[in-house]
Design a protein around this ligand. Structure first.
Ligand code: ASP
Ligand code: MG
Length: 239
């Protein structure tokens, strides 16, 4: 049976309606017999909102405390998504980074994942549950919450796919794939059907926001297969 990691970005979970939509999509995969691990970002705009609260109080907020604040965005999203799945009859359980745990170094606001303890996730999958993991966060050796840098949920998803030996890591976003330019801005942007890790890293370093650059480095290192898809349109017969 195949194991799939599905990562949903902020716009995909940007409202209660959209969260319900994601739950429906996840149910379709479960009904097909897939084992699913979901990684979610915070609802769109939430991380910016939380950051601005910290910077309203201080010009130089303590990075440890910034992580304490910004990591909450993903916690809300995973809890809501789990409720949405349970509501349509899909057994689900959500975990924050520290609950997994996703272990990181201690570089607050730009931490690197060092190790993922996968036992708890595997246990829940075995029980037939969809496991929903908070993107963008982990825990350092001291037991403090860390975050992985802006866009870090991609890295959470790829690292989990590598750790769990998933068949594929699907990145659901607001554009249906990787394009030669931002299709929301450039009219004749073309979709690139297949792209190498190297080319993807180059695009990310040139400012493409499709995936966090660290996540692509991670995918290259561990050979994780990535599909970039839209969470809004049926574009390739799947969704
Ligand atoms: N919520 C975080 C951000 O806005 C992480 C992510 O979305 O990947 O950067
Ligand atoms: Mg992103």
């Amino acid at each position: 049976m195949s194991l799939v990691v599905k990562k949903f970005g902020g716009t995909s979970v940007g409202s209660v309606e959209r969260i319900k939509n994601v739950a429906k999509r996840v149910k379709e995969a479960v009904d097909k017999g897939e084992k699913v691990v979901v990684v979610s970002s915070a609802m769109s705009g939430e991380t910016d909102r939380l950051l601005s609260l910290a910077y309203e109080i201080s010009n130089r907020p303590d990075p440890r405390e910034v992580d304490q604040v910004v990591s909450t965005g993903e916690q809300v999203a995973i809890g809501l998504l789990s409720i949405a799945l349970q509501e349509i009859g899909v057994p689900a359980v959500s975990f924050t980074g520290w609950q997994v745990p996703i272990e990181t170094d201690s570089v607050h606001t730009k931490a690197r994942i060092t190790h993922i303890k996968k036992e708890r996730i595997l246990e829940e999958i075995e029980k037939g549950k969809v496991v929903i993991v908070a993107g963008f966060q982990g825990i350092n050796p001291k037991g403090d919450i860390t975050t992985l840098g802006r866009g870090g949920s991609d890295t959470t998803a790829v690292a989990l796919a590598a750790a769990l030996n998933a068949n594929v890591c699907e990145i659901y976003t607001d554009v249906p794939g990787v394009f030669t330019a931002d299709p929301r801005i450039v009219e004749d942007a073309r979709k690139i059907p297949v792209i190498s890790y190297e080319e993807m890293m180059e695009m990310a370093s040139l400012g493409s926001k499709v995936m966090q650059i660290r996540s692509v480095e991670f995918a290259a290192k561990y050979g994780v297969k990535i599909h970039v898809r839209s969470s809004f349109s049926y574009e390739d017969g799947t969704w």
